[in-house]
Design a protein around this ligand. Structure first.
Ligand code: ATP
Length: 374
């Protein structure tokens, strides 16, 4: 069941159309991330869900209740939408101690004192801040302040949580720790969570569903696996993955009844059932899927090693292949490789093909018998 539904949402700021027409269904209990470059409309979408921003047209339904409808003139204000928020600045009250910050909403909602006390103790314990309830936010580190904001969400027990770049002010180590904590928070509260970020690692590590946006338009919506392995278009392919996916220009051709991709002077076999006419295509391969081999084989390409960058458990290798820059990633620590006498292979099942004009992924025909297997 859908907990959050956006129907035909448009949002203009003066003459600027930030959201041309957005439709989105967010399933009950899921962790959904809005991902995209700066200015693509992620925050606007979140603020429209929250009611902090009124859409120009469309409809917002939360838990089966219409909270905004341009047609029937409904607008429920944010405080009556039953949502929990964490935004970039943690929005703690500086003049209130940690415990007050956590329970403020509960006391305003006139919850009985014993309920407030229980929830406060539980929330402090969950974020490991027991013992710090008596401090002011200014007496805490950035990470601890962030955890107070998380504790406030735990105490409030809202069924919908909205988070806008909540980790962007933290250092790298703390970000990794907080990712784990937010994921755990989601699992424990079972709250429908909408998370905004431009950080693909956060999106891949935490989400059930990633919604990739560009210019206010959803480019693709799917599981992290689908987004990473089956990008819908070149924008999604390039936006996800570090180091970036390799994009290469080739030409689809039929030679002696066999379909091949011509890449410079080499013909690589094309996957069976590729739905495209002969002609120019862009093909893509992730760095970790490039095979580096020491001996020339029937479908190998000669490569020159340019730069070798070990990152710890992996090594990024910049190569020149037929005059094109290609990045490979190998799962071990390597400080140098022989400059020449290296060959690479593009495993056929790891190649993705895109229409050169539209940038849309070219589908593969369903293998014979696939529909029976389903
Ligand atoms: N209050 C506003 N007035 C005018 N234009 C705005 C306003 N808020 C956002 N915009 C514009 O709307 C578009 C979408 O902005 P939004 O903040 O939703 O993007 P975003 O994807 O969240 O970006 P970022 O990652 O930088 O926060 C941008 O072009 C932005 O300049």
């Amino acid at each position: 069941m859908s907990e959050i539904t956006l129907r035909n949402i448009t949002k203009s700021y003066g003459s600027h159309l930030a959201l041309p027409s957005l439709d989105l269904d967010i399933p009950n209990g899921s962790f959904v991330t809005l991902l995209g470059p700066s200015g693509c409309g992620k925050t606007t979408t979140l603020r429209v869900i929250a009611g902090l921003e009124q859409a120009t047209t469309g409809e917002v339904v939360l838990g089966g209740k219409t909270v905004y409808s341009s047609r029937s003139g409904v607008f429920v204000p944010p405080e009556r939408r039953g949502l929990g928020f964490i935004f970039q600045s943690y929005a703690l009250w500086p003049n209130m101690k940690v415990d007050r910050n956590i329970i403020l909403a509960l006391s305003e909602a006139k919850q009985p004192a014993h309920v407030i006390e229980e929830r406060l103790a539980e929330a402090l314990a969950k974020v490991q801040l027991t013992g710090l309830a008596d401090r002011y936010p200014s007496e805490l580190s950035g990470g601890q302040q962030q955890r107070v904001a998380v504790a406030r969400l735990i105490a409030a027990r809202n069924s919908i949580l909205l988070m806008d770049e909540p980790l962007s002010n933290l250092d790298a180590k703390l970000r990794t720790e907080m990712r784990t904590e937010l994921k755990r928070l989601h699992r424990e509260l079972e709250a429908t969570t909408v998370y905004v970020t431009h950080d693909q690692v956060e999106a891949l590590t935490m989400s059930d569903i990633i919604v990739v946006m560009k210019d206010g338009i959803i480019q693709q919506q799917g599981s992290p696996y689908e987004i990473y392995h089956n990008p819908a278009n070149l924008f999604v392919a390039e936006f996800i993955g570090d180091p970036r996916i390799n994009l290469l220009d080739g030409t689809l051709a039929t030679v002696g009844g066999e379909r091949v991709v011509r890449f410079e002077d080499t013909a690589i076999p094309a996957p069976m059932g590729l739905q495209s006419l002969d002609g120019p295509v862009t093909f893509a391969i992730r760095p970790e899927n490039i095979a580096i081999v020491e001996r020339q084989g029937p479908s190998s390409l000669p490569a020159e090693v340019d730069i070798v960058q070990p990152t710890g458990s992996q090594t990024i290798i910049s190569l020149s292949v037929k005059g094109r820059r290609v990045t490979a990633l190998i799962p071990r620590f390597e400080t140098s490789l022989p400059k020449k006498s290296i060959w690479i292979e593009f495993p056929l099942d790891q190649l993705t093909f895109f229409d050169k004009g539209s940038g849309t992924r070219l589908p593969l025909a369903q293998p014979v018998g696939a529909s029976h297997a389903a």
